[in-house]
Design a protein around this ligand. Structure first.
Ligand code: NDP
Length: 487
């Protein structure tokens, strides 16, 4: 029998009776793997009220030590149920087992511990001031939770990106209303069981399933009882959410899209650069906000680099994620597959040379209904081609030669986005110089997706608002209050 997934409100799963149900299909073979109950406006309101009660009750009064110990318990329980989380995320996304076990699930669990430790150890500022009567005054700052946080999540790395927000939000003492993407409901649901098991009070963690516009996502962002909204997703969705947040002058933190450049100098460690760009373009079937869709290669090694990347792209192994030999999964949905294939057609119309890929791979009959696309490389497009300018969010990139630092900096910055860059060179003086000149939130040198969670993360330009990570997350998830004491 097909499983039904329901929302989690005030520490309990809501019965599915009477709810509108939608299908969750497997991206691997297209079969309906679950039915999901869509939360209506009344459920959104119930979740917000539960969260507010939690803030006014035990959770709001809980000391930092105890709250942070609970966050460690959440991480430990996720680790104890590691296989359940891996299986759930694999089922939702179709991505290979090794990516789940090595990256997405362990990093997701770690988010709860890291931010608990940050919250316990960060000092607030204090100033002694002089006054005309000579007695002086003492100022000190307090950090208080912001209240009820709306957490709106995408489908591409659902557990990792959700916990990246939940870790600091909960460690700081807020309550949350989470809306996972309708494509990936499972790990957020499983986390409800974890919260109950370790004793997080009812109402602190709520999950509402559904869609964006006219559904749970929009209802959350419009609800006046939600004090702030953290969102990861497309730039145009961010614009809609910002308009909703303007009502009530509520704070937002946005991680949005990217059209990231990879820059490869002729003096790079060639094999490491090929491996690095291969990962940054094709990990998670290219569905990574930090991924590379524009690759600039210094002319002397352009053809050799193109051929080496082509060989790697043609060697991926498609198949079910549970099979440990497979290295490459499908896209998330039929809709996204159609979007990516639309760009594959557009690239040809815009005059690209297709180096490899460009279509759907031959799959065995049992996987033919999955959302597969080939890893794809192009050359020969103009700098103003839509394929070079718009975020595709698929396993594809355009390669273009360059001749000088100035030229490649101008090319890299010629975009409305500003999320990340990966830069490959053995000349570190050049790397420092370039990193300062490229308008992005994060530049990786001779690496990619290497994250120290204490560091600021976020995008410039259309790629986001605010920074998260380490103490930077506290800027959004707490209000700083000043206390001034006349001595
Ligand atoms: P979307 O913007 O389509 O959706 C993100 C979430 O917002 C979903 O849960 C969606 O619901 C919800 N939503 C949509 N419309 C509204 C609305 N009007 N009000 C409230 N909620 C709404 O993004 P995707 O899920 O397609 O994710 C891919 C995008 O995320 C890419 O652009 C990628 O670059 C970006 N991203 C950015 C990252 C970063 O750190 N900068 C990291 C990862 C991804 P539903 O989908 O269920 O309708």
């Amino acid at each position: 029998m097909t499983r039904t997934i329901t929302s989690f409100i005030n520490g309990a799963f809501v019965p599915a009776e009477g709810a509108r149900l939608f299908d969750k299909r497997s991206p691997v073979d297209g079969r309906v793997m679950a039915r999901v109950a869509e939360a209506d406006a009344a459920q959104v309101d119930a979740a917000v009220q539960a969260a507010r009660r939690a803030m006014a009750g035990e959770w709001g009064r809980m000391g930092t030590e105890k709250r942070c110990a609970l966050m460690h318990a959440v991480a430990d329980e996720i680790t104890r149920r590691f296989d359940d989380f891996v299986a759930a995320e694999m089922a939702d996304t179709g991505q290979p087992n090794h990516v789940m076990t090595h990256v997405f699930i362990p990093r997701g669990a770690a988010n709860f511990k890291i931010f608990a430790d940050v919250v316990k150890n960060v000092a607030t500022e204090s100033f002694r001031m002089e006054t005309p009567d000579g007695r002086g005054a003492l100022n000190y700052a307090l950090r208080k939770p912001k209240g009820v946080i709306g957490v709106i999540c995408p489908w591409n790395a659902p557990f990792l990106l959700m916990t990246w927000k939940l870790g600091p939000a909960l460690a700081c003492g807020n309550a949350v209303i989470v809306k996972p993407s309708e494509e990936t409901p499972l790990t957020a649901t499983l986390l409800g069981e974890v919260m109950n098991k370790v004793g997080v009070p009812a109402g602190v963690y709520n999950v509402l399933h559904g869609f964006g516009p006219g559904s749970a996502g929009e209802f959350i962002t419009q609800h006046p009882g939600v004090d702030a909204i953290t969102f990861t997703g497309e730039t145009r969705t961010g614009t809609a959410i910002m308009k909703a947040a303007a009502e009530g002058v509520r704070d937002v933190s946005f991680e949005l899209g990217g059209k990231n450049a990879g820059i490869v100098f002729a003096d790079c460690d060639f094999d490491a650069a090929v491996d690095g760009i291969f990962r940054s373009a094709f990990l998670n079937t290219g569905q990574v906000c930090l991924g590379t869709e524009r690759v600039y290669v210094e002319r002397p090694i352009f053809e050799r680099f193109r051929d080496a990347l082509k060989a790697k792209a043609e060697a991926v192994r498609y198949g079910r994620p549970e099979d440990h030999h497979n290295t490459y999964g499908p896209l998330i949905s039929r809709e996204h597959q159609q979007k990516v294939l639309g760009y594959y057609r557009l690239a040809v119309e815009e005059g690209a040379t297709v180096v490899t890929g460009g279509g759907i791979p031959d799959m065995p009959p049992e996987l033919a209904e999955g959302c597969w696309v080939q890893p794809t490389l192009w050359t020969g497009l103009k700098d103003d081609a839509r394929v070079v300018r718009e975020e595709i969010f698929g396993p594809c990139c355009h390669l273009r030669p360059f001749d000088s630092e100035d030229e490649v900096v101008a090319l890299a910055n010629d975009t409305d986005y500003g999320l990340s860059t990966t830069l490959w060179t053995q000349n570190l003086a050049r790397a420092h110089r370039m990193a300062e000149r490229i308008d992005v939130g994060i530049t990786w040198v001779n690496s990619w997706f290497l994250r120290d969670l204490r560091t600021p993360f976020g995008g410039s330009k259309h790629s986001g608002i605010g920074r998260e990570g380490g103490v930077h997350s506290l800027e959004f998830y707490t209000e700083t209050r000043n206390v001034c004491i006349k001595l």
